[in-house]
Design a protein around this ligand. Sequence first.
Ligand code: GLN
Length: 547
Amino acid sequence: MARYIFITGGVVSSLGKGLASAALGALLQARGFSVRLRKLDPYLNVDPGTMSPFEHGEVFVTDDGAETDLDLGHYERFTGVPAKMTDSVSSGRIYSNVLEKERRGDYLGKTIQVIPHVTDEIKDFIGIGDDEVDFMLCEIGGTVGDIEGLPFFEAIRQYCHDRPRGQCIFMHLTLLPYLASSGELKTKPTQHSVKEMQSIGIAPDILVCRSEKRIPEKEREKIAQFCNVRKEAVIAAYNLNSIYEAPLAYHNEGLDQAVLDAFEISPAPRPDMEKWNDVVDRISNTDGEVNVAIVGKYTSLEDAYKSIIEALSHGGMANRVKVNVKWIDAEIFEEKEIGPHLEGYDAILVPGGFGERGTKGKIKAAQFAREMKIPYLGICLGMQMAVIEAARNLAGIPDAGSEEFDIERGDTRFTPVVYHLKEWIQGNEKVTRKPADNKGGTMRLGAYDAILKDGSKVAEIYGTREIDERHRHRYEVDKRYIEKLEKLGICFSGMSPDGRLPEIIELKDHPWYVGVQFHPELKSKPFQPHPLFADFIRAAILCSRLV
Ligand code: GLN
């Protein structure tokens, strides 16, 4: 039976609950325990797949094909434990399950209510895989007091109540605002937030207090006293230069010790922090920097490309350089000269995306990188753009395009070099999709294998011929163009095992030009940088030293 840590937030949103949960997961691993992290989100979308990245940030995809919250990305990056479909749930999913059961008649004529039907559904979810790990960390999205969050808070209260004493603890994150006029950190919002928790029957065992200033001992005592927690369980969370300093910072503040004390685990296993010392050393002791341009559409919200930014920083750690990322809106040079916008960068990355808007600029960026011999990494849509660019400018198909753009316009203006994939193999089964299918969860999602060509750049980078990477797309490069494009120096160096779906392209006569149909960024970790990102940054360093 796992021990449970429920992580909640109060006072304001965006306190870094996901990061605190992920860092705590890493600290428990450093003490030799196995962990799994889960996110329970109160919003009503069934999953975040259909939410705009502008609003909700990146959609993180798991190996088993779930479209989840970006916090699951933090969890994986800090613990290395691959997230699963069963690690993320929303109110929308819970209600939809309950309603489905009601229609099926599973409730035997009963009146369906939030308590017990919705809360039971949440509790069932929390307990999945209970016997597989030492600690289950469950983060509740939002802030205590939110209307949508109430069933989740009630469910975790009951969950704890149903279990033997000492099996569950509550960790609550709050903010200590600093009032410059009086030169004080204020504890009242934290007190109120804890009161709010207590009013719904939950007494936090550990308080993590975000603060811009050092928390004086006196204030810590006051918080402990008024919020009814031990003084050692009031943990300070200060601003950090890098998120990867969080495990060490929380360890130094005593978070993992406080958790073990709350569970009465004694003697506490000694922590092995070597991995995190090395990560912080690689961030702090760098030799030079490189400048990478990301040419994308959702550039106004950095969270929209969260995993890419992180993977680039991991690539920097692998090479001990600082990676400066500049966001460039693909639309700004659609009708203009591209040179002035992209000159001076050591590498160009075109990330994934949906819809036609901005693609003209992305195609121009792919062409610029190809012709100017600047390292290029095209991810998903970024690979499709590279193929369309080559088809137009090298293979003499001036109207080469994607069915994605035709479908949006309702016309057939382009020669579809990239087509709508309606049938593919998953494991041993055939998956089919119709154009009119729902928008939610109908893409080719999750981990798929690819076979790499002997002697290709990517085979060398990966150091193996068989890989599996995560996908999230509807469209695919048409393999009928392979022969023509290969004659022009575009090597299709990765294919699906059945040979039908191009997974990777690379340019022969170029220092580093790779397009991938999948999302390598989702599997990169600070202590295990993804080989493609590590090598991309290595190429960027070479490029920067050439000029
Ligand atoms: N829009 C493209 C497709 O669906 C690319 C998706 C992506 O970049 N994730 O195939």
